[in-house]
Design a protein around this ligand. Structure first.
Ligand SMILES: *[C@@H]1O[C@H](CO)[C@@H](O)[C@H](O)[C@H]1NC(C)=O
Ligand SMILES: *[C@@H]1O[C@H](CO)[C@@H](O)[C@H](O)[C@H]1NC(C)=O
Length: 217
C-alpha cells in the first residue's frame, strides 16, 4: 500500500515537473548574472489584494476615437496594466482600432497573442498568411468577426475611400507585442545591412534606399 502511494506521489511530482514554461510576457528577458540578483519578473508585480478597488477593473481608454491622420491612416488604443491594472496576469487585452478612409493597419504580427476582431462600423478587408504562405482573407461588414492566429502576419485594410472603420479586438495575452513587417525589415535601429535586404527581397540598392525613405527611416 505504502509503495503504491509513494509511486503515485512520485508520478504526480514528475508530471508536475514536466509542465512547459509559462509564456513570456516580454519581448525578451535577459538573465541577470548579478548576485544577489535584482528582481525582474515575467509581468508586473501585484499590489496587496486588500487594496484592490472596482476602479482597477475599469477603464475608459478605449472610449475615444484615435487620430488617424498619419502615415498609414490608423490608430490603435490598447488596454494595458497601466490604464487597466486589474487585467494583470489574466492573459488578455483589448484594442480599439480606428482606420480612416483608405487607411490600413499594415502587415504585422503579434508574437504572443491570437487576435479576434469584430467590426462595428464601416467595411474592412482583412487577412493573414500561414506558415506555408497560404492567404486567408475576408471582407467584413458591421457585426462580422475574424480571428488572426498567434504570431501570423496579417493586415486590416479599409478599402472605403469615404467612410472610417471602427473595430474592436480581443487578444489572448496582456502583452501581445507588435512587429510591423515593413518597419522591422527596413527601418530597424541599427538598420539591417542593405546587402541582406537586397538578397532577401531580390531588389537593388536604390530600391532599399527608396523604401527606407518612404517609411520615414
Ligand atoms: C492616436 O490618437 C491619439 C489621440 O488622438 C493621438 O494622441 C496619437 O498621436 C495618435 N497616434 C498616432 C500614431 O497617430
Ligand atoms: C499603457 O498605454 C498607455 C497609453 O494608453 C501608455 O502611456 C503606457 O505607457 C502603457 N503602459 C504599458 C505598461 O505599456
Amino acid at each position: 500500500m505504502k509503495t503504491i502511494l509513494q509511486l503515485t506521489m512520485g508520478l504526480i511530482l514528475l508530471v508536475g515537473l514536466a509542465e512547459c514554461d509559462p509564456d513570456p510576457l516580454q519581448d525578451y528577458c535577459v538573465a541577470s548574472t548579478q548576485t544577489p540578483p535584482s528582481f525582474y519578473g515575467n509581468g508586473v508585480p501585484c499590489i496587496h489584494p486588500q487594496l484592490a478597488k472596482s476602479s482597477h477593473f475599469a477603464t475608459s481608454s478605449l472610449s475615444k476615437p484615435g487620430n488617424t491622420d498619419n502615415q498609414f491612416g490608423f490608430n490603435i488604443s490598447m488596454t494595458n496594466t497601466t490604464n487597466l491594472p486589474g487585467m494583470n496576469t489574466l492573459g488578455l487585452a483589448m484594442a480599439r482600432l480606428d482606420i480612416g478612409p483608405d487607411g490600413i493597419v499594415p502587415l504585422h504580427s503579434h508574437p504572443r497573442a491570437s487576435e479576434v476582431t469584430i467590426l462595428l462600423k464601416g467595411t474592412l478587408f482583412v487577412g493573414f498568411v500561414d506558415g506555408s504562405n497560404r492567404l486567408f482573407n475576408r471582407q467584413l461588414r458591421p457585426g462580422d468577426s475574424f480571428v488572426f492566429p498567434k504570431g501570423l502576419i496579417h493586415y486590416l485594410y479599409n478599402m472605403d475611400k469615404d467612410e472610417a472603420a471602427l473595430a474592436l479586438s480581443g487578444f489572448s495575452s496582456q502583452n501581445p507585442g507588435l512587429q510591423i513587417s515593413s518597419f522591422a525589415s527596413f527601418v530597424s535601429k541599427p538598420g539591417i545591412p542593405d546587402e541582406v535586404l537586397e538578397k532577401s527581397f531580390k531588389i537593388h540598392s536604390p530600391d532599399v534606399a527608396k523604401i527606407r525613405r518612404n517609411l520615414g527611416g
